[in-house]
Design a protein around this ligand. Structure first.
Ligand code: TMP
Length: 212
């Protein structure tokens, strides 16, 4: 990697944490600082990945095995990495990704109970040493998130899970933030949007100044 490599920023959180509106806000912050930004999402981001996303989020395969779910997440990720993320970073473009491997640790690890070592093996296989440079974890109580998400649209295959599942996902995310505090910044997403965005602005500006 050269000194002009782009930076890799990911945004995580449970359902209803406000990722969508804040992702657009983060993209604008980065562009206002003169960065060229590629936006992508997981699962998805590439034509193949978007098809895999439909398999994962749709209701055609409700009884999908946990391992199948994990492997499909990483199949979509491998494609996104090779086709979009790595070429962009190498070209000096900043990549902003709506969810990444922390979501596999949180949902498939925390939520489904898959052994963390399994996920680590897939992470090393598909990513090598590549990890996000900054992750914003939008955190809020599960009931608040699910209520917000419920008002939006028909629930996808994950949104149909029980509250308990999302409690486990949230705890797994918070544990990652605790273990990797220099990379993962927790933003309290239960506060009014202007406060959330003030916190995000401060975090992103700090990162641009010190981390780029
Ligand atoms: P979203 O686009 O609303 O974030 O939906 C994506 C869903 O996929 C969300 O419920 C989280 C889930 N997911 C996983 O379970 N594991 C993963 O690795 C990723 C990227 C997403």
């Amino acid at each position: 990697m050269t000194g002009s490599r782009g930076r890799f920023i990911t945004v995580e959180g449970i359902e209803g944490a406000g990722k969508s509106s804040n992702l657009e806000f983060i993209k604008q912050l980065l562009e206002a600082s003169g960065k060229e930004v590629l936006f992508t999402r997981e699962p998805g981001g590439t034509p193949l990945g978007e098809e895999v996303r439909q398999l994962l989020l749709g209701h055609r395969h409700t009884g999908m095995a946990d391992d199948t779910e994990l492997l499909l997440m990483f199949a979509a990720r491998a494609e996104n990495l090779e086709q979009k993320i790595k070429p962009a970073l190498e070209a000096g473009i900043w990549v902003l990704c709506d969810r990444f491997t922390d979501a596999s640790y949180a949902y498939q690890g925390g939520g489904r109970g898959i052994d963390k070592m399994r996920i680590q093996q897939l992470e090393e296989w598909t990513q090598g040493e590549l990890r996000p440079d900054l992750t914003l974890l939008l955190d809020l109580p599960v009931e608040v998130g699910l209520e917000r998400a419920g008002k939006r649209s028909a629930p996808d295959r994950f949104e149909k899970e029980e509250v308990r599942f999302f409690e486990d996902v949230r705890q797994a995310y918070l544990q990652i933030a605790w273990d990797q505090a220099s990379r993962v910044k927790v933003v309290d997403a239960s506060t009014p949007l202007y406060e959330v965005q003030a916190h995000i602005t401060e975090t992103v500006h700090d990162f641009i100044q010190t981390g780029s």
